[in-house]
Design a protein around this ligand. Structure first.
Ligand SMILES: Nc1nc2c(ncn2[C@@H]2O[C@H](COP(=O)(O)OP(=O)(O)OP(=O)(O)O)[C@@H](O)[C@H]2O)c(=O)[nH]1
Length: 679
């Protein structure tokens, strides 16, 4: 088939559920393209991807792996993206610079819903994608067309089967390509060989081909006319339509094979070669402005402790050369990546994916041009809202200072991480997408930045208030040597409605407490309110200064501050203190099959369901709204994922403080007292 030589390098992203075989497919693609002489494997831990200590320790991809190869005279970069839902930000950022995505999925119709978020993201961003059903070596009796039908239910675009399987002895031993109508027999770890289409498959092949052509003709009137008139379309015309409909994200071509056995890989490579869009088309889709001669976009940032900052970027237009000014900074090194190995280049042309050295101001998402840093152009994926937090403690106290700086570098590398210094509990809380996400971050702190930390569930920022009013008289009097200390006050303390905070009222008449000491009384009360009788900050109460006495020589601001603290210490325990717990509004999104389970989950966690509705823009998904105590949130995501095949997610915001009594309150107070005693 004639092929128009595409001059620029192209980029494909491998995406798909956790452990579907993306890293294995990358290895297989590299081997089929002749880029590696000896194929590595994920099982043996010698794959080009997953070479970091964090990936090896978990036998999973923990970040996007880059590899580059030449296939039939064209350069390709493959971005092997992590499959874990907890690392979705990394995957989405990589997808934004790819010409085409290959969704690698196992044949698991019962888990079709796992693909729903991915299909939606790709369609929302109009990223051309094809589906590769992997591991067909273990497919058993399952029919490929049934798998495609199950996956169709979660894809808004039509899935178009491009080949049909040849089965022998209950196993898939090859395939018939539906465009060329040629049959291939799989050979383990070797190219497939051309065979005759088995007679028993001819009808099925004909039927599947017709379905493919009809799907393509849905978007092409000329082809539709030919089909209606029973005119056989020209093969080249079919290839051209497949390419343009893929580029426009109108259809999703479906292939299958086995990455482990190198089956179906060359067919996939050929499809990418013939049908994958080029960089100019992708740059236009991504809305890259045409006015810059050179443009590159950062999709990932790495902060190596020795090598300095590295920005992984796709060159959209022009040529990026070592030493040039890009995004307003000097490029110090242009490298092509092969796993963790770097090949130094003097320059990289449009289409290439490269590592650029020491662009200190460039952030992930930034569009760098010869004119300057254009920032992050829309659309760029929104950061996922944090669903899991851990309070970090450096194992070595001397590392506390290093810790904050190191985490900031980590957040630059992984924008889905967020660091909060809690004003209530003074804990350093790292937020992310789940326990694995944060454990990887903590491993990186140790391996890259030499800071060992422990992560514990963050404290709940309880507050306390009072339920009764009281009046109190307090006197502070000290006579030590020279002049003494004297302050005397009468106060009224009363509860305020929820959410009012603290109010101080000056009710002094006739100057019994001189004007200059009144702010000191308020300060004393506020100082006390940091930790009330139950050990938590006191809120929603009012203190009125109603009277008092002073001494011309011994009274001071300090004395009035002290007497105010004393008055509170004595008065508040008599005001029926009550614990207040933070309640959050939580919006939980799941496929509607799981909605009733979510409702039970919420009730089991002392939550209150507010209702549920269809999730806007997500066909077949619901959004359950509820109030949930913050104390019940820590591992909510873990349980939610386990009841929803991993796809459930939620957002939250603070709603209000609510009284907590009984055993749960006693327990919280007890834990707090123990923590304070240990300080
Ligand atoms: N039987 C069979 N196993 C496969 C095939 N491809 C991959 N595997 C196995 O599936 C497991 C996961 O493979 P990986 O390549 O690490 O999967 P991945 O999608 O990169 O994983 P994450 O990026 O961590 O989500 C490994 O044990 C592979 O050996 C295949 O075609 N057939």
């Amino acid at each position: 088939m004639p092929h128009t030589q595409i001059q620029t390098a192209r980029c494909a992203a491998l995406v798909g559920p956790y452990l579907s075989g993306k890293t294995s497919l990358l290895e297989s693609l590299l081997s089929a393209a002749g880029a590696t002489t000896r194929k590595g494997s994920v099982r043996d831990g010698n794959a080009v991807g997953d070479s970091s200590p964090e990936a090896k320790a978990r036998q999973m991809s923990v970040e996007v792996n880059l590899a580059s190869f030449e296939y039939l005279g064209e350069r390709w970069t493959v971005l092997d993206c992590p499959g874990s839902v907890e690392l979705v930000c990394e995957t989405q950022n990589a997808l934004m610079v790819a010409d085409v995505a290959v969704i690698v999925a196992e044949a698991a119709p019962e888990k079709a819903v796992l693909l729903a978020p991915l299909f939606k993201f790709l369609d929302d961003n109009r990223i051309p994608h094809l589906l590769f059903i992997n591991k067909v070596d273990g497919l058993g009796d399952l029919r490929v067309r049934d798998v495609v039908q199950a996956y169709q239910a979660v894809s808004a675009r039509k899935l178009v089967l491009r080949e049909v399987p040849i089965r022998e002895g209950g196993k898939i031993t090859g395939f018939v390509d539906l465009v060329s109508e040629r049959a291939w027999h799989f050979n383990p770890h070797k190219p497939s060989n051309l065979v005759q289409i088995p007679d028993s498959l001819k009808d099925r092949e004909h039927e599947a081909r017709q379905e493919m052509l009809e799907a393509v003709a849905d978007y092409d009137d000329a082809l539709l006319e030919k089909l209606l008139e029973d005119v056989a379309p020209d093969t080249q015309e079919v290839y051209d339509r497949l390419a343009s409909e893929l580029a426009e994200d109108l259809i999703v071509p479906v292939f299958f094979g086995s990455a482990e056995n190198d089956n179906g890989i060359r067919r996939l490579l050929k499809a990418l070669r013939h049908e994958g869009p080029d960089v100019a088309t992708t740059a236009e889709r991504a809305g890259i402005p045409a006015d810059a001669a050179v443009a590159a976009q950062v999709f990932k940032t790495l902060n190596g402790s020795h090598a300095g900052k590295i920005s992984l970027a796709r060159v959209w237009r022009g040529t990026v050369s070592d030493g040039m000014t890009l995004g307003g900074e000097r490029v110090s090194g242009v490298f092509r990546m092969m796993g963790h190995n770097q090949e130094k280049l003097s320059q990289a042309a449009a289409g290439e994916v490269v590592a650029l050295g020491r662009l200190d101001k460039a952030a992930t998402g930034d569009l760098l041009t010869d004119k300057g840093n254009a920032g992050r152009p829309a659309p760029w994926p929104e950061l996922p809202s944090p669903v899991f937090g851990l309070a970090l403690h450096a194992q070595n106290r001397n590392d506390e200072v290093k810790l904050t700086a190191a985490i900031q570098k980590l957040v630059e590398e992984d924008p889905a991480l967020r660091l909060d210094q809690s004003a209530d509990t003074s804990e350093l809380v790292l937020w992310g997408q789940g326990d694995i996400h944060l454990q990887i971050a903590m491993d990186r702190l140790r391996n890259k930045f030499n800071v060992t930390v422990k992560g514990v569930p963050p404290q709940v920022p309880y507050r306390e208030s009072i339920r009764k009013s009281t009046s109190h008289h307090a006197r502070y009097k000290r006579q030590t040597g020279g002049h003494g200390q004297f302050a005397d006050i009468h106060v009224e303390v009363k509860p305020l409605p929820r959410g009012t905070g603290f109010q101080f009222e000056d009710g002094i008449v006739g100057g019994v407490v001189p004007r200059q000491f009144i702010p000191a009384v308020e300060t004393g009360v506020r100082d006390y309110a940091v930790r009330g009788p139950l050990g938590f900050p006191v809120v929603d109460f009012a203190v009125k200064l109603t009277g008092g006495q002073f001494h011309a020589v011994d009274s001071s601001e300090m004395a009035f501050k002290t007497v105010a603290r004393q008055a509170m210490t004595e008065a508040l325990p008599a005001c029926d203190p009550v614990l207040l717990e933070p309640i959050l509004t939580v919006s939980i999104a799941v496929p509607s099959d799981f909605t009733s389970k979510v409702q039970r989950l919420v009730s089991g966690r002392r939550g209150q369901i507010l209702g549920y509705d269809a999730r806007p823009g997500w066909q077949g998904w619901d959004e359950v709204k509820a109030y949930l105590p913050q104390a019940e949130m820590h591992d909510l995501i873990v349980e939610l994922r386990s009841l929803s095949l991993g796809v459930g997610t939620f957002t939250w915001s603070f709603e209000r403080l609510q009284e907590l009594t009984g055993k749960a309150a006693d327990k919280a107070v007890e834990i707090r007292k123990e923590a304070l005693a240990a300080q």
